[in-house]
Design a protein. Structure first.
Length: 203
């Protein structure tokens, strides 16, 4: 009688590609959690209004995450979806510092891909859903991609309009400065509603 054949052992290096992506995302989110801080502190806001400093740039940790997930289209898309899902699920409990860092990495990765529409959709979501300190989050996005809101699209124009309506105090004046409202004032809110809804259908 022939000896029973040895059972095949699973290869340790044959982990599903999905698990590899999940591991990368988990590691990246932990990196951002451990290194995040308030990008626009009160002192920095005052200095920016007085013209004594420039908008803060991306941190080394944020640049590293963007570089890691910008290597191919599939990996970038998976990470962007993971960030949106995390913001959706943890909206009430997430610390504002981590939310800022997630925004900066999301927008930085959008810039690397040349995808301004996704960045605009996230910004409009913050304004539409009345996120805490939504105008500040718009400014945070500008720190990652200074020209992100310079596009002449219905959705981008709506961001300017709604942001101007919601912003107040120092944030209003800093947004006015950074988004160049003196040179290109936001349009009429009522005329923008229809075109904005059409643009959102493409998200």
């Amino acid at each position: 009688m022939p000896p029973p054949s040895a059972a095949k052992k699973p290869r340790l290096d044959a982990a599903p590609h999905k698990n590899t992506k999940l591991s990368l995302i988990t590691s990246a989110l932990k990196t951002l959690q451990d290194s995040c801080g308030d990008v626009l502190s009160s002192n920095l806001i005052d200095a920016l209004l007085k013209g004594k400093c420039e908008l803060p740039s991306l941190t080394d940790e944020e640049k590293s995450v963007i570089s890691k997930f910008g290597v191919n289209e599939s990996l970038a898309e998976t990470f962007l979806k993971a960030v949106l899902e995390k913001i959706k699920v943890e909206e009430e409990s997430m610390g504002h510092e981590l939310l800022q860092s997630l925004c900066r990495v999301y927008v930085g990765l959008c810039q690397k891909r040349g995808d301004s529409h996704k960045a605009h959709a996230l910004a409009y979501r913050f304004l539409q859903e009345d996120f805490s300190e939504a105008p500040k989050l718009i400014l945070v996005m500008v720190t990652a991609w200074p020209s992100v809101f310079s596009h002449n699209s219905p959705l981008c124009r709506a961001i300017h309009i709604v942001c101007k309506m919601k912003a107040y105090g120092k944030f209003y004046y800093l947004l006015k400065k950074c988004l160049h409202w003196d040179m290109e004032p936001p349009g009429d809110p009522y005329r923008a509603i229809t075109s904005t809804l059409k643009a959102l259908l493409k998200v």
